[in-house]
Design a protein. Structure first.
Length: 482
């Protein structure tokens, strides 16, 4: 009967036929909205969450426009501030080892772990935050604000630390909790603001990490030498609070927020809970292959950074020369991440990954391993390595888009899972490096990286280079299969 009625209406000349409204790309409700409740934009339509909002309302334009670029500015600022300090912890480590913690002798065993915990736990906390917030999207803005406060509070508390374990809890653990809260919630909204140019947006945001690592080491080195650690950390706490406070208002959702009882509705309407959804996604072959490749790379990508940051004293380099090496790495990473993000919008991430990892492997094994350990060759290597491997994370969006495109919650979950594997690499970097350093590379020339410092770093150079070569092989297989 329904079909007959429809055919009768369609054949009536007095009722003009109209094209059906576009189906919504983003929706928090499984029931179709009435035509009057559709909110249309250039690319997406969205049903408002409350009846009083059901009116024709123009959404901000995605991918381009003032609102999108303001969001990108806020996201870039949060990325720079959240990741800049962990990336520059080597400056603090050098100062603590020379001057102690607020005048007291610092134990050397825990101090290197502060930076590892600060950066590694931001990655590792991604899945828990995603699981907690995906059913509660209205709380994301509050979580970003709370994360900004915790970052500033951790720096303020660390300025009063007297022992290494106190720094580990404040500058390390507490900072990572606040940073992860602000970081992952911001990424969720980025999926709404950028669709066709998502790789570009991710590249710009990830460049913030390198930008912070480029500028902050020189600023921190000058502040520490002049004012000491306590005043420097207090100044950082105040400036971080002000700058994050200015950036957070720019980070807002593009789509209307769902109703307050959204989590209860989602639980009733969806047959899968978060754990089952994660298992379902993990079973998709493309996700399994991508995660395996990323995990292999995540274990080893940090090893060459560990060498650049920690071998300067063994190579006879000064603190300023060591900062210059890190600045070259991060400066090259800024360019690489933006460029790779743009390329990932147009080309296969597997082919880009193959080129990236192959160039990185050659750079480590040849350009660094066989080159002189003087400053100029190391500067050249740092620039080449930053350009070659710095854009790896910018391909995350292309990998995620191959599985899901119009579901910010699922995209956020996948991103946090990929970040978790990278966090494993950041945390495991220190014990792996220590184990390799304890077995010197015998027989190599002391004028090359393989034989420098009695061969202590030769094993790391070889391991990192070969691991990147294996990652290149995995990406080559993916490119052939894809």
């Amino acid at each position: 009967m329904v079909q007959t009625s429809i055919e009768t209406l369609a054949s009536t000349d007095s009722i003009p036929s109209e094209p059906a409204p576009p189906s919504p790309s983003f929706s928090y409700s499984t029931s179709p909205p009435p035509p009057s409740s559709s909110v249309e934009s250039a690319r997406h339509s969205y049903p408002p969450s409350r009846p009083d909002e059901r009116q024709q309302t123009q959404l901000a334009q995605p991918d381009r426009g003032k609102a999108a670029y303001l969001f990108l500015l806020g996201a870039f600022s949060i990325e720079t501030l959240v990741w800049g300090l962990p990336s520059s912890y080597g400056v603090f480590l050098d100062y603590y080892q020379r001057e102690g913690i607020n005048g007291r002798h610092a134990g050397s065993s825990l101090l290197p772990l502060v930076g590892t915990v600060a950066s590694g736990f931001i990655y590792l906390l991604g899945p828990p935050i995603s699981i907690l917030l995906n059913p509660r999207p209205r709380r994301r803005l509050h979580v970003i604000r709370l994360g900004a406060v915790l970052c500033s509070l951790s720096l303020l508390l660390s300025s009063s630390a007297r022992e290494s374990w106190q720094l580990l809890l404040t500058q390390g653990l507490l900072y990572s909790i606040g940073g992860s809260m602000a970081y992952y919630s911001t990424f969720y909204f980025l999926q709404e603001w950028f669709v066709e140019r998502r790789g570009f947006a991710n590249g710009v945001c990830f460049a913030g990490t390198a930008a912070g690592g480029l500028v902050l080491p020189f600023i921190l080195n000058a502040l520490l030498e002049r004012y000491g650690a306590a005043l420097t950390l207090r100044a950082l706490a105040v400036s971080t609070f002000i700058l994050l406070g200015a950036a957070v208002p720019l980070v807002r959702p593009r789509l209307p927020l769902p109703p307050k009882n959204f989590s209860q509705k989602l639980k009733k309407e969806d047959d899968l809970d978060e754990a089952e959804l994660a298992d379902q996604v993990a079973e998709r072959p493309v996700v399994q292959r991508e995660r395996m490749t990323l995990k292999k790379m995540a274990k080893n990508l940090k090893l060459w950074v560990f060498l650049v940051a920690n071998s300067k004293s063994s190579l006879g380099l000064s603190g300023s020369e060591g900062s210059a090496l890190l600045a070259c790495v991060n400066g090259a990473c800024v360019l690489s991440r933006v460029a790779m993000g743009i390329l990932s919008d147009k080309h296969s991430p597997h082919r880009l990954g193959l080129a990236t990892m192959l160039a990185s492997s050659i750079a480590v094994l040849v350009l660094w391993g066989l080159a002189s350990t003087s400053l100029v060759p190391l500067l050249v290597f740092s620039i080449v390595m930053g350009l070659a491997s710095g854009g790896w994370t910018s391909m995350y969006s292309a990998i995620i888009n191959s599985v899901v495109r119009d579901d910010p919650s699922l995209a956020s979950h996948l991103f946090s899972t990929l970040s978790f594997t990278r966090g494993l690499g950041a945390v495991l970097c220190a014990p792996i490096s220590s184990a390799l350093i304890s077995h010197p590379f015998a027989g190599a020339s002391k004028h090359t990286a393989y034989g420098a410092a009695n061969g202590r770093f030769g094993g790391i150079v070889l391991f990192a280079g070969l691991a990147m070569g294996m990652a290149a092989g995995c990406e080559g297989v993916e490119a052939l299969l894809g």
